[in-house]
Write a protein that binds this ligand. Structure first.
Ligand code: FES
Length: 100
């Protein structure tokens, strides 16, 4: 099954940006509720760091999907549409798209 990876890394030092310090735990909780409510065929995984700390909060669609960065609660409708579109791609669809 496809995965939505949500960085929840939290650094207490404000000089070191992190997704957790920018509210990603609440984003992850909300996304998990919506994935269940809307029956989106994707698994949410919480992750320690996606290596893009300055751009957070960061999400990653896997396998082979894109990063979604600087996510806010105001963007949830659009982000959920993006997640749903990715989740409903047929397995191997990304690979097939790349080969054409
Ligand atoms: S803290 Fe989220 S990408 Fe590093």
């Amino acid at each position: 099954m496809k995965q939505l990876i949500v960085c929840i890394n939290h650094r207490a030092n404000p000089a070191q940006p992190s997704c957790g310090a920018r509210g990603s735990v609440l984003l992850a909780d909300h996304l998990q509720q919506e994935i269940i409510r809307q029956e989106i065929p994707i698994t949410l995984q919480r992750y320690a760091c996606l290596g893009r700390c300055n751009d957070g909060p960061n999400l990653k669609l896997a396998p082979g999907g894109e990063f979604i960065s600087a996510v806010t609660m105001d963007q949830m409708e659009r982000v959920l549409q993006q997640i749903t579109a990715f989740a409903r791609l047929p397995d191997g669809g990304l690979q097939a798209d790349m080969e054409t």
